[in-house]
Design a protein around this ligand. Structure first.
Ligand SMILES: Nc1nc2c(ncn2[C@@H]2O[C@H](COP(=O)(O)OP(=O)(O)OP(=O)(O)O)[C@@H](O)[C@H]2O)c(=O)[nH]1
Ligand SMILES: [Mg+2]
Length: 307
């Protein structure tokens, strides 16, 4: 088994998409050998992870497609991980990604993988850190991770990505003032997509004001207008990403901060391993019968027994 995993990893490193697909599936489903695979990962740091998040339908996949066009033309190799929301339309979403990134489904320089979320707290795929680390072993320049910005996921993506893009659309114009502080905190670059629509300028201005207020004399978070369907503004976006990575990524503090965040997330996942809502339900059903039932004592005992 160990030898097979070592071989698989070597193939991933040599650029085999088939081996990469296998490695991701192993990590995604906890298949035998997946821990061995994770334990053998090399401490590589060549691929830059770019997160792209935003509300459903903001045009994230269309932006990814446009970025792929841009980067392919400069000879880059790119992996895309699209994390879809666990909605009844999930299948449709996966299909949509295929259509939106169709130009690249068989391109030798592009690897695309869609993952379905499993309804973990906040909605971000519980395996996303592990899977991204597996993908990092491949010979990629960029790894684009697309997540829908709901709940905690946009905060978690910032703990994973070297650069986080928050994509918003004009419809969000009025909401900007009330946008959760969290989303403002994590954006390294703002995109106002669907700039062909009314109110795009209002959103753009509001974001600029907000970025200015937040910067407090320091460097302001760039705000970039795009029409992803026409690839308008995408060269500027690519430049902004490049610039951000150049100026921030070599900073040891930022790296350490990301690593700490990842470590913390992994510990949480490890701790939760023995639990699932489906498993908790029968026990609770019985426990609640007791007039002395106390949720806090119950939970505390569970954690004790699982340790
Ligand atoms: N008018 C206009 N439509 C756009 C633009 N960018 C994307 N769209 C359209 O918006 C719709 C949603 O685009 P997607 O790229 O699938 O959006 P998404 O954010 O990836 O969506 P989810 O992954 O489902 O959250 C599609 O019909 C796109 O063609 C744009 O700049 N202008
Ligand atoms: Mg999408």
């Amino acid at each position: 088994m160990q030898d097979k995993i070592t071989q698989l990893l070597a193939e991933i490193q040599a650029g085999s998409f088939r081996a990469l697909a296998r490695g991701i599936t192993m990590a995604e489903n906890d298949l035998p050998g997946y821990e061995s695979l994770l334990f053998q990962l090399k401490n590589t740091d060549t691929a830059r992870v770019v997160g792209i998040t935003g509300p459903p339908g903001a045009g994230k996949s269309t932006l990814v497609n446009a970025l792929l066009h841009h980067w392919i033309n400069t000879g880059k190799k790119i992996a895309v991980i699209a994390v879809d929301p666990s909605s009844p339309f999930n299948y449709g979403a996966l299909l949509g990604d295929r259509i939106r990134m169709a130009d690249f489904y068989n391109h030798p320089s592009v690897y695309i993988r869609s993952l379905a979320t499993r309804g973990a707290l906040g909605g971000l795929h519980a395996k996303i850190i592990e899977i991204t680390d597996v993908v990092k072993q491949g010979p990629f320049d960029y790894i684009l991770v697309e997540t829908v910005g709901v709940g905690q996921s946009e905060v978690e993506i910032a703990g994973l990505a070297d650069c986080t893009i928050v994509a918003l659309v004009p419809e969000a114009g009025d909401e900007v003032q009330t946008l959760k502080a969290g989303i403002m905190e994590i954006a390294n670059i703002f995109v106002v997509n669907k700039a062909d629509r009314d109110n795009a300028d209002t959103l753009y201005r509001n974001l600029r004001i907000l970025a200015h207020e937040r910067a407090d004399g320091e460097e302001e978070t760039p705000v970039i207008k795009t029409i992803a369907t026409q690839k308008d503004g995408v060269a500027e976006l690519a430049d902004a990403i490049e610039n951000y990575l150049k100026t921030h990524n070599s900073l040891p503090e930022k790296k350490l901060q990301l690593l700490t965040e990842k470590c913390w997330q992994l510990i949480q996942h490890q701790k939760m391993k023995g639990y699932s809502k489906a498993k908790l339900l029968p026990g609770l059903k019985e426990a609640i019968q007791s007039p002395d039932f106390n949720l806090y004592q119950y939970t505390s005992k569970l954690v004790e027994n699982n340790a």
